[in-house]
Design a protein around this ligand. Structure first.
Ligand code: AMP
Ligand code: MG
Length: 366
């Protein structure tokens, strides 16, 4: 049965991916950014080349398609992994009525589980570190653009200004086991939740003896160890201008590869403009920083997820500053003008896609 999952997943993706107008009925569905080089390789594998016992699981959760491929795992562990995703979604989804975040948004105070508290604490520290380029309280603005429902609209400037009055992560109070927000505030951990989930799944698999796994949480990739043959995982990175092709690929081991891109969820307004889902909290409008996609590579999926969203907002200069100041991640930035910037640590790990002009590649030094 496991051989059918890739095909099934592809069919589902074709059926549900974003169309050029970005119009969807009901909940907005993400069509994510990272092309899975590994998945492509996998499909060309034949039965007798697979050595380690492989388990694969595909399912829909957190508004996206997820796929877990693990070596030397059993079915019970794969069940546990799927249940873990459901548990985390039930804790911090904004749309599940009884999630801790939904209760917080409704009652302005909520008791938090250890996981939600940990994630929120990390998110808030990144809001601070990025000086509000990441702001988990930008949710009412995201909602007003229709990105939470797929009923897209262009809000009036006055409406955005009113909503922005209450956007300020510094007014999210977090005490042990409890969160508190202002009367007109709402929060959303969507910019960090999948990265955190990847960390949790990787930990679960490792605790249970798995040494090699590839987790694809809607294009947010988390790897465990190396490939079963001992080589590095190669993860493709989409070309944001032509999402069916790649700008290149990065070799990783035990790391997350997480992308934020304007092309992942967007709509075309009646004015012909494209409006995407990553919002600049300073303006309330889709962020235009000159970058079309930001991929972050690092040990912590949650950190990578937070940084992918916020560096997309900050642009090349801010991203470079974050890299030089903190040095706790590597990145691939694709700019509007076609330049592909990679951080120094990827020099030997990034391969530009065949046929692309090598002059397009630039290295951000420490
Ligand atoms: P990601 O796909 O990880 O980049 O997260 C994007 C999602 O986070 C969007 O769909 C919004 O729900 C939310 N979001 C958009 N802009 C921001 C922002 N500046 N800070 C925090 N969350 C945001
Ligand atoms: Mg993110």
């Amino acid at each position: 049965m496991k051989r059918f999952y890739p095909v099934l997943l592809m069919m589902l993706m074709c059926a549900c991916g974003s169309n050029p107008q970005g119009q969807t009925n009901g909940a907005a569905i993400e069509s994510r950014s990272v092309l899975r080089t590994e998945a492509a390789e996998k499909e060309s594998e034949t039965e007798d080349t697979a050595e380690a016992a492989e388990e694969e699981r595909a399912f829909f959760a957190m508004n996206t398609y997820m796929r877990i491929r693990a070596y030397d795992a059993d079915t019970a562990l794969m069940d546990q992994a799927e249940v873990r995703v459901e548990e985390l979604e039930a804790l911090f989804s904004t749309t599940r009525e009884e999630s801790e975040i939904a209760i917080l948004n409704r009652d302005k105070t909520a008791a938090l589980s250890g996981e939600t508290e940990e994630l929120m604490r990390l998110a808030l520290s990144l809001c601070e570190r990025t000086e509000g380029a990441l702001d988990i309280s930008v949710y009412p603005v995201v909602r007003s653009w229709g990105f939470t429902t797929g009923e897209y609209r262009i809000p009036e400037r006055a409406e955005l200004d009113t909503l922005l009055r209450y956007v300020d992560y510094r007014n999210v109070k977090l005490e042990k086991g409890t969160a508190l927000i202002g009367a007109d505030m709402m929060v959303d951990l969507g910019s960090v939740g999948k990265g955190y989930t990847g960390d949790q799944l990787a930990a679960l698999l490792k605790e249970n003896g798995v040494q090699s796994a590839l987790l694809d949480l809607g294009g947010n990739i988390q790897t465990v160890g190396r490939k079963p043959d001992g080589s590095l995982w190669k993860i493709g990175i989409k070309d944001p201008k032509k999402p069916d092709s790649q700008v290149g690929g990065v070799s990783v081991e035990d790391e997350a590869v997480i992308t934020s891109g304007g092309y992942e969820r967007y709509f075309t307004g009646e004015d012909g403009e494209i409006y995407w889902h990553i919002i600049d909290p300073a303006t309330g409008e889709p962020a235009h920083s000159g970058l079309l996609s930001v991929t972050i590579i690092g040990k912590s999926g949650a950190l990578c997820d937070a940084l992918s969203t916020s560096l997309f907002v900050m642009g090349l200069e801010g991203a470079t500053e974050q890299y030089r100041t903190y040095g706790d991640f590597e990145a691939v930035l694709v700019a509007q003008n076609g330049t592909v910037y990679i951080t120094e640590g990827l020099r030997d790990r990034f391969t530009l896609a065949e046929g692309l002009d090598p002059d397009r590649l630039q290295v951000i030094e420490k």
